[in-house]
Write a protein that binds this ligand. Structure first.
Ligand SMILES: [Zn+2]
Length: 378
């Protein structure tokens, strides 16, 4: 038996395995690892391929705001996959974000990538979308820095992976960025120009993240209440996918910021197959906190008080609920020990809830059967 029987497979194997299928593969940002077993179990029971991912802000060499280094995250995901014996998943570095693009930031980024590769990551998302030049007169001018940094880091990863296959995601538009007239959306010619330029420098991403109307985390109405809504611009998303196809560019779309999008609408209206990767992050954190609220009221109260005390003054006029939702992620590191030593029945409830919610996501994403497809192709 292979030692790593339930270890992560290359992200590229998942993307090529589902090629042509109208399915979205869930990518779960697991900020609190207690949900992982439930997600893996649902993936196994529905035969759904899966990404387990974590962004640079969530997990870096110092632990990010989740308190997990890349090695700690990898270990927790491996353990959870092994516990339920699930084999069709990739370990993905979400948002390897570069904000300035200067040499010291690039150097630090390469150190993070080294640690991710050493920890066994099999898929990477380079996010240099912040380097968008709004003064640029042509697509090439707008994207020049993004193209330079993305291709530098993609080549770096390829070298370091030393012949091993891996998944590659890149970002053309900053998710959730607002301009004078609301959210700034990616144009089809930007997506096409970006991928063409990367291909010309011998970089062939499997998925492209675009700005198409989603934001990370929850959306609120004027009264500070959470609203469910389909903010994602589906016609624009389809146009971008079509433009990529017409230019013979083999790249799917990664949908970020799915938390808060009603799953019945995803099920019926998302262009599955155009969108091939669906990132779900904040949702899983909510699963943990809503369970703690009932199962561990004292701990929940401590977390709530710590968060409100720390972030209230910086958020004048916002309701406590919104301040807590937006900032409770920063309590994960602060209460790391307490969260990871909750009672067995608490952990069980979190897993059960993560399991049930995953079933709904996999159904809405039409990902049933993709794990077998991936196995057959690898
Ligand atoms: Zn994202």
């Amino acid at each position: 038996m292979k030692q790593n029987e339930y270890g992560p497979i290359p992200g590229s194997a998942i993307f090529s395995g589902i090629s042509g299928k109208k399915a979205i593969i869930m990518a779960a940002n697991v900020r609190i690892a207690l949900v992982a077993q439930g997600i893996f179990k649902a993936a196994k029971d529905t035969d759904s391929a899966l990404f387990m991912e974590i962004a640079r802000s969530e997990s870096d060499l110092k632990g990010g705001y989740t308190g997990m280094t890349p090695a700690a995250f990898a270990e927790k995901m491996q353990e959870a996959a092994k516990a339920v014996q699930f084999d069709s998943w990739a370990l993905h570095a979400d948002h390897i974000t570069i904000k300035k693009g200067d040499s010291s930031e690039i150097e630090q980024t390469k150190q993070l990538i080294d640690a991710q590769i050493a920890a066994g990551y099999t898929s990477f998302a380079i996010d240099a979308s912040h380097l968008f030049n709004f003064e640029g007169k042509t697509v090439k001018e707008e994207l020049a820095e993004n193209i330079r940094v993305t291709s530098d880091l993609a080549h770096y990863i390829k070298n370091k992976m030393n012949g091993q296959d891996f998944g590659l995601e890149v970002e053309v538009g900053e998710i959730g960025r607002k301009g004078g007239e609301g959210l700034i959306l990616t144009k089809p010619e930007e997506a096409v120009g970006f991928i063409k330029a990367l291909n010309e420098s011998d970089v062939y991403p499997h998925v492209l993240a675009i700005a198409n109307g989603s934001t990370h985390g929850h959306t609120y109405d004027a009264n500070g209440n959470v609203i469910e809504q389909l903010s994602i611009d589906i016609p624009r998303t389809k146009k971008i996918a079509q433009a990529l196809r017409e230019n013979n560019l083999k790249v799917g779309i990664a949908q970020h910021g799915i938390t808060g999008t009603p799953r019945d609408l995803i099920n019926l209206h998302f262009p599955k197959g155009d969108i091939i990767k669906g990132n779900v992050g904040t949702f899983w954190q909510d699963v943990v906190f809503s369970t703690l609220k009932v199962y561990e009221p004292a701990l929940y109260k401590d977390i709530q008080e710590w968060t409100l005390e720390k972030y209230r003054s910086a958020n004048p006029g916002k309701k406590d609920r919104q301040i807590f939702d937006g900032n409770c992620k920063f309590a994960i590191k602060e209460f790391y020990k307490e969260i990871y030593s909750v009672e067995k029945d608490t952990e069980h409830a979190i897993q059960a809830m993560a399991y049930a919610e995953s079933l709904i996501f996999f159904k809405a994403f039409s990902s049933q059967g993709t794990a077998s497809l991936v196995r057959k192709n690898s």
